[in-house]
Ligand binder design. Sequence first.
Ligand code: CA
Ligand code: CA
Length: 267
Amino acid sequence: MVYVATYPTCVVDQVIHPFRIVGDTLGIPFFDDFSYPGPWPDPTKWLDDKAFVNDRMAYQPISIGVATLDGVDERGKPYPVDSTYRDYLTSAYFDLSGYSEADNILFSFWAQPKGLGFRPETKDSLIVEFKDIHGVWQVAEQITGYLAFVPSDSLAPFVYRAYGIGDAEYLYDGFQFRFRNRSDLTGALDLWHIDYVRLGKNLTKENIDIAFTTRPNTLLTKYSAMPWRHFLNDPGSGWIRTCRSVCSIIFRSSNPPTPVKSRLSTD
Ligand SMILES: [Ca+2]
Ligand SMILES: [Ca+2]
């Protein structure tokens, strides 16, 4: 006897949908200076990954690493033509329900247009927003880009900005802040760099902090990096600097003073 299968044909495929699990609310003080490898923001502090965390595109950041808002998504792809805004950098949720105006809670950050990339024009603004107790994003400030052409070698410093969070509309369990930007649609243009984002009580512009602002020079003389096993095979070949060599390190003893250059020797 021959049995003919009557089961319906079934095609099985594997589909992976990435999703983010939102954790509990954060407390204050909050701080992020983006001094980690990236390229995406720390998921314990931020809910999206559109901003590009890097240490190459800003000029004299407050500390090494910034979050750059541009015209491309988290994979480096330009946004579609019908999109109104580009990158979003949205904070996790904060529980501010136990605070009052007397606690003097401030939100602050440092921002720089252009840096070592393309300048944002007037329409390419950086927008700062706070979410109120009704779930509505309120614009705290819309910072416009450059009014006129600036040469590529014209490098503006980072500028400090601070906002009071004393309004009862913001002192609730679930408060958030976010940045977003406008830009052209053709690529990583119209750059805004963000650094030293803080939320806390009685914040001041002066902040005693010693921090690297650039990567130290490589210890190798011919390459920026090389496999460790290659180096071990011939460590005296001149591929690495001698013990008397030095490497330059730039750091800040506090901000906003100008960077301090230092030279470390292995003597
Ligand atoms: Ca981006
Ligand atoms: Ca930084």
